[in-house]
Design a protein around this ligand. Structure first.
Ligand SMILES: C[S@@+](CC[C@H](N)C(=O)[O-])C[C@H]1O[C@@H](n2cnc3c(N)ncnc32)[C@H](O)[C@@H]1O
Length: 271
């Protein structure tokens, strides 16, 4: 059996009772470590679950997953995923492959940033398409997500912007083209995301969203030190929301009175 188990968003104790029971009985337990992170590390999880975990990086999940699935034909294997296991597209692919191999699967759901975003007071029903904001490089500055934000905004819908995570990426030697080393993990902050968005807005001035539009920054949702801040997109460019993970929300232009009241408690003038 191959189990996909959601760990929720906060710390070790956010696993469900059902998830924990499965973790404790499995032959092998892998911890997916590249689509999201918890506020606690692998060692804390191991201590709480009472068993060793194997880190499953992108190479393993995308390159060697077939071997793991085949192992799950005759044994109990669990893959732990921060948030909800189906909150990132990678894991549906695993389920399809498991089906091809005739491996039985079970999903144990948990809270995801996709629903916990409602902690800021915006109603989940009023969200449009979620976007991902990638890190820009000197040569690569994709901005197609902006049209989706504009599309949501024009239909009076909120946009949840998930921010890039770069974990264990190989870097290439510019002369030899050989892969030389792995860079340190990077987690995009709301500050960086707001800065990229403002640059796009400056090149697209007539799309309804501008530097004075409201932005909501969320950090470490579900953790005891979760933070929420509401200010203009311009001010968000220099606002520090602390350690990762961060998400940015661009609210719809016309909010429900309850949404306005709830959001008001997080209002900041910026720094
Ligand atoms: C691939 S998505 C998360 C998928 C995860 N399986 C889930 O269901 O939440 C990763 C992005 O979600 C956002 N995110 C995840 N957890 C978060 C948290 N606790 N607080 C704020 N943002 C979070 C960040 O922008 C992060 O880069």
């Amino acid at each position: 059996m191959f189990y996909l188990i959601g760990l929720g968003l906060g710390d070790a104790k956010d696993i469900t009772v059902k998830g924990l029971e499965i973790v404790r009985k499995c032959d092998k337990v892998l911890l997916e470590g590249y689509t999201s992170i918890l506020t606690v590390g692998k060692e804390v999880l191991e201590e709480y679950y009472g068993r060793p975990l194997i880190i499953a990086d992108r190479e393993l999940c995308e390159g060697a997953i077939d071997e793991i699935l085949l192992e799950a034909k005759d044994s109990e294997v669990a893959l732990l995923v921060v948030g909800d296991p189906l909150g990132a597209t990678t894991h549906t692919d695993m389920l399809l492959r498991a089906k091809q191999f005739g491996v039985k699967t079970q999903i144990v759901h948990n809270a995801s940033i996709m629903n916990a975003v409602s902690c800021c007071g915006l109603q989940l029903y009023n969200f449009g398409e979620t976007v991902s904001i990638p890190y820009w490089t000197d040569k690569w500055k994709p901005d197609s997500f902006f049209d989706k934000i504009v599309g949501n905004f024009s239909r009076n819908l909120h946009t949840l912007c998930l921010l890039d995570i770069k974990v264990k990426e190989p870097t290439e030697d510019s002369l030899t083209k050989k892969v030389r080393q792995y860079m340190d993990p990077k987690f995009m902050s709301v500050k960086e995301a707001a800065n990229q968005l403002v640059q796009i807005i400056e090149n697209n001035p007539d799309k309804g969203i501008n530097k004075s539009s409201t932005a909501i920054g969320l950090s470490r949702v579900g953790a005891s030190d979760q933070r929420i801040a509401v200010m203009t997109l311009d001010s968000m460019q220099s606002f520090d929301l602390g350690p990762p993970l961060h998400s940015l929300v661009i609210p719809a232009p016309n909010l429900h009175p309850l949404e306005l009241d709830y959001l008001a408690q997080f209002s900041q003038s910026g720094s």
